[in-house]
Ligand binder design. Structure first.
Ligand code: 1HE
Length: 264
């Protein structure tokens, strides 16, 4: 695997490697990166086949929009059975983003709608350019979210806001997205990718076990009772602190060789 450069051009996706950071770019701008069966399969392939050196992933969209959601032209051909299998396929793909090997940063601009918002919600950090806007047009299309939106989006912005988006077609701009919890970082147009890569490099500098614990333990503990959560936390904490990397990082701090916590 090359340390830098194009790893794969899967047709609808481009995957590039830069040291520990893998950049997955939705590459179907003529259809506003609408996710058809081919694109969801390629996304799934890319996220489960990351190079061993990858410590963080950045996902973005080519063209004027992050992602227009489900490719609606394929939907008309599906009966109930095909539709549930289709939805479960999206779940498998986005689960592989949320509960994969390394954290994923979504860089958002333009339309982040329907399945595009579901993909963004499965990522661990969201960077939004000023142009980003968020919608769930499923309500107007006569369908329902099927890519994990009903599970993940309310956990970011709350059930009441998601209900409003789906019932009335309400669209939130980048400001609202940030205020409501869907966006971690706001940047000017054109600056999203650089910010995403900067954050990915910070993540890559941490102990991989800590990143894994944050991705896998935090959302699960959030669903547990406090008593179970505290116990799971202790197990995770003891596993993390008992790694060679943690021990050497702790020693480095105690010997004055590690950075202090500073205000940005
Ligand atoms: C598409 C799609 C699509 C664009 N499926 N083809 N998602 C939606 O309901 C959003 C639908 N799309 C839009 O509202 C707009 O396209 C955008 C606001 C995203 C972009 O607008 P614009 O003016 O830049 O582009 P456009 O002219 O509308 O679209 C360019 C082309 O992309 C055009 O095709 P063309 O052959 O006429 O050039 C569009 O038809 C095509 N296109 N979006 C198919 N979504 C697992 S469940 C998830 C459920 C959902 O995601 S539902 C939400 C679906």
């Amino acid at each position: 695997t090359p340390a830098t450069g194009l790893l794969a051009s899967l047709g609808l996706l481009r995957v590039e490697q830069s040291g520990p950071v893998t950049h997955i770019r939705l590459n179907r701008p003529s259809k506003r990166n609408a996710i058809n069966d081919g694109l969801i399969a390629q996304l799934h392939t890319a996220i489960v086949n990351l190079p061993a050196e990858t410590r963080a992933v950045v996902v973005s969209g080519e063209g004027d929009h992050f992602c227009a959601g489900l490719d609606l032209s394929e939907l008309v051909e599906r009966d109930t059975h095909a539709a549930i299998l289709h939805s479960r396929g999206w779940h498998a793909c986005f689960d592989a983003f949320q509960f994969g090997k390394v954290p994923v940063i979504a860089v958002l601009h333009g339309a982040v709608v329907g399945g595009g918002l579901e993909l963004a919600a499965a990522c661990h950090i969201r960077v939004a350019e000023d142009s980003a806007y968020f919608g769930l047009p499923e309500g107007q299309r006569g369908i329902f979210v099927g890519g994990g939106g009903s599970v993940r989006v309310p956990r970011l912005i709350g059930t009441a806001r998601m209900t409003d988006m789906m019932l009335t077609g309400r669209v939130f701009d980048a400001d609202q997205g940030e205020r409501y919890g869907a966006v971690n970082y706001r940047v000017p147009d054109g600056a999203g990718l650089a910010k995403g890569v900067e954050l990915a490099r910070k993540i890559a500098g941490n102990a991989p076990m800590t990143a894994f614990a944050v991705m896998h333990a935090l959302p699960r503990i959030a669903e547990m009772s406090p008593s179970e959560g505290l116990f799971a936390e202790s197990l995770m904490a003891s596993a993390a602190s008992n790694t060679v990397e943690a021990q050497s990082r702790l020693r480095a701090f105690l010997e004055g060789r590690a950075g202090k916590v500073v205000k940005e």
